[in-house]
Write a new protein. Structure first.
Length: 322
C-alpha cells in the first residue's frame, strides 16, 4: 500500500474544518477508487488556536482512524506548523495544504498522477489571478517576487503556493534543512527536484477570516529576503561608498570655492540636513546588519521549532490507562 499523508496546518479554523473534511474525504475516495493500493492519513496541526479547532480535531480523530493531529503548546507560526507536519508524516507521499479551501482539494488527484508518473518529484499550484485581493496587496505581492528573484540565487515562481504534493525523497531533503528561521517558499525552490506547476484562479476562503494581515505578510516577505539573500548587506556597503564619494566631492567644491573666490563656508541648515541624512544612512545600514545578526543569534540558541502539548496518541493512551 502507498500511504499519502495530507498535512494541514491550522490556526483558528473551527468554522471551515467541517467543510474541509467533507471535501477532502470525497477526494480521497476518488483516488482510492482509481488506485486501490492507496491509503491516506490526515495530519492536522493546531498552531495554538484560540477557538474550537482542537475540539474539532478530537471529534474527527474519534470518528475517523485516518485522522491524526498535533497540538502545539502555543502559536509558533505556519512555518513551524508545516515543519511539524512534514516531520511527523508517515506517508510515501506528502501533501501540504491549508484548511480554508483556498487550496482546492480537487487538484490532488491530478497532482498524484503527475508525481506517480515518475516525471516529477513535486506537483504544486500557481495562482495566475488575484481576484478578491485588494489592488495594493496584489501589487506588493508581485513586487516581492520580482525583487526576490533579482537579489537571490533561489528562484521563486510568482504565485507559487505552499499547496504541494511531494515524494518522500523531497520531504526528507526539506527536513534536512533544520534552520530555525524558516521560509518554506524559498526552501521548496532551494532543494530543487522536478516540479510541475499547475495554474489556477484565486479562490476565496470557504469560511472564517484569514490570520494574514498586510503587516504580517510584509514581515514574512522580509523573512524571505533575509533568509535567501545577502543583497541588503551589499546595498548597505554600496550606500557607504556612495556617501563617502559625495562627501569627498563636496569637500573639493568647498575648498575650491574658498581658494578661488574666497567664499566662506555658510549654511547652518544645510549642515544639519547633511548630518541627519548621514546619521539616517548609518542607522539604516546598522539596522540591516542587526537583522542578519538577530537571525544568527536565534539560530545559535538551537531552540526547538515547536513544542507539542497534545496528540491523538496521547489522548488514546490516557484513555487506555484510565
Amino acid at each position: 500500500m502507498k500511504l499519502i499523508s495530507i498535512v494541514v496546518p491550522c490556526y483558528n479554523e473551527e468554522e471551515v474544518l467541517p467543510l474541509f473534511y467533507a471535501e477532502i474525504t470525497k477526494v480521497m475516495a476518488q483516488i482510492q477508487e482509481k488506485h486501490s493500493d492507496t491509503d491516506f492519513e490526515l495530519l492536522f496541526i493546531n498552531d495554538g488556536s484560540k477557538d474550537g479547532t482542537l475540539k474539532e480535531f478530537r471529534n474527527m480523530a474519534e470518528k475517523d482512524s485516518r485522522v491524526r493531529y498535533i497540538s502545539f503548546s502555543r502559536n509558533f507560526g505556519k512555518e513551524a506548523g508545516m515543519y511539524a507536519g512534514l516531520q511527523n508524516a508517515k506517508g510515501d507521499y506528502v501533501v501540504v495544504m491549508d484548511a480554508d479551501l483556498q487550496h482546492p482539494p480537487k487538484f490532488i488527484p491530478q497532482m498524484y498522477e503527475y508525481v506517480l508518473s515518475g516525471e516529477y518529484d513535486c506537483a504544486t499550484t500557481r495562482r495566475v489571478s488575484r481576484e478578491g485581493e485588494s489592488k495594493i496587496r496584489s501589487w506588493f505581492s508581485r513586487q516581492f517576487y520580482k525583487i526576490m528573484n533579482k537579489i537571490s540565487q533561489t528562484e521563486i515562481v510568482d504565485g507559487a503556493q505552499d499547496f504541494r504534493f511531494m515524494t518522500r525523497q523531497m520531504v526528507e531533503a526539506i527536513l534536512s534543512m533544520k534552520e530555525y528561521n524558516r521560509f518554506s517558499k524559498g526552501i521548496f525552490s532551494w532543494v530543487g527536484f522536478r516540479t510541475k506547476y499547475m495554474p489556477y484562479e484565486n479562490v476565496e476562503r470557504a469560511a472564517g477570516t484569514t490570520a494574514w494581515s498586510f503587516k504580517s505578510l510584509f514581515k514574512y516577505s522580509l523573512e524571505g529576503i533575509f533568509a535567501f539573500s545577502t543583497a541588503p548587506l551589499a546595498i548597505s556597503s554600496l550606500l557607504g561608498i556612495v556617501s563617502c564619494l559625495i562627501a569627498f566631492i563636496m569637500i573639493l567644491i568647498v575648498v575650491i570655492k574658498w581658494l578661488v573666490w574666497g567664499d566662506p563656508v555658510q549654511g547652518y541648515t544645510t549642515t544639519i540636513c547633511v548630518l541627519l541624512m548621514i546619521g539616517g544612512l548609518q542607522l539604516f545600514c546598522m539596522g540591516i546588519l542587526g537583522q542578519y545578526l538577530s537571525k544568527t543569534y536565534l539560530e545559535s540558541k538551537s531552540r526547538p521549532i515547536y513544542l507539542i502539548q497534545e496528540t491523538e496518541e496521547f489522548v488514546q493512551k490516557n484513555k487506555e490507562q484510565d
